[in-house]
Design a protein. Structure first.
Length: 300
């Protein structure tokens, strides 16, 4: 697989941009066609019970767009050997970079909050290549996939730590680094219940805990592809600061509630960008279905 992806990347980099993304569109359409029916039901069902729309046909359109965009995302990553060292600059615009610049100048570090929306891999690569001291926290992939993606992240000057590397994250914050945390997926039994799309939902505690522990800003950073401009728009929003009283659990819950409200608003603005194929309420159902209201399981 590693050699195939390297060869495929080299082939893509030789092509004109229009043909690169035409191939990406084909890959995206194939991904939708080959998607297991239960996973398709999951995406459509989650869109409906989150009240993004009440129209099943529109929910299906959003689910399909959310899936097919992975073709373009893949092409963007495969182009890393072509766009590294500054050649990526015509691919994006950044709004709100002053928040990152202020955090960098302050030198105390920051938590960058991202979600699985838009091309989050490209987001990390651009931020690192632009000189921000980013440490990306990622899930370890299997075998050759992990080797390939980390080699390509290094092309864009990204440093990656895995979710088990908490001590490393704390050390890097102390050095003034920016810790990139994605906080929109199901954390299993390690999360806490706070509202999300109208349901009490197990939510990752990382940004709130890190922000409180080191008293650093939590800065939302998102990426959205603008079809009109033909560019990725990176939006950096005003930072949040974690609650800080003597009650650590309360502080974490209050901070996460604010972050989830921000994320929910963003997803409602760009629903086609979010990763609806992820079973967001799986562990919430598993632990709390008998005691609180949770969304039905569309996969059943």
């Amino acid at each position: 697989m590693y050699r195939f992806m390297k060869l495929f990347s080299a082939f893509i980099c030789m092509l004109p941009h229009s043909l690169q993304y035409a191939i990406g569109s084909i890959i995206g359409e194939l991904a939708w066609l080959l998607l297991p029916p239960k996973r398709r039901r999951l995406a459509i069902g989650q869109i409906l019970f989150c009240k993004i729309t009440e129209d099943p046909a529109e929910a299906k359109r959003i689910a399909k767009k959310s899936t097919t965009r992975f073709g373009r995302m893949m092409i963007d990553v495969l182009r890393y050997p072509e766009i590294k060292d500054g050649a990526y600059k015509d691919m994006f615009e950044m709004v709100g970079c002053e928040y990152l610049d202020d955090a960098k100048a302050d030198g105390r570090g920051a938590v960058l909050m991202a979600i699985h929306s838009g091309n989050w891999e490209l987001l990390g690569g651009i931020l690192a290549s632009e000189g921000y001291p980013l440490i990306s926290v990622a899930m370890k992939q299997n075998g050759d996939a992990d080797r390939f993606i980390n080699e390509y992240r290094e092309l864009m000057h990204q440093h990656v730590t895995y979710k088990t590397g908490v001590r490393e994250m704390v050390r890097e914050l102390q050095k003034g680094s920016m810790i990139g945390l994605i906080m929109d997926q199901d954390p299993g039994d390690k999360g806490i219940l706070v509202p999300f799309f109208g349901y009490e939902t197990l939510t990752p505690v990382g940004p709130a805990v890190m922000g409180r522990m080191k008293d650093v800003p939590i800065i939302p950073v998102m990426i959205h592809y603008d079809e009109y401009k033909k560019k990725h728009i990176i939006t950096v929003s005003a930072p949040f600061y974690a609650e800080h009283t003597e009650d650590k659990k309360r502080d974490t819950a209050v901070t996460l509630t604010k972050l989830n409200e921000w994320i929910e608003d963003y997803i409602r603005r760009y629903p086609e960008d979010w990763f609806w194929l992820h079973n967001r309420w799986k562990w919430t159902r598993r632990y709390y279905a008998d005691s609180i209201e949770v969304p039905p399981d569309p996969m059943k």
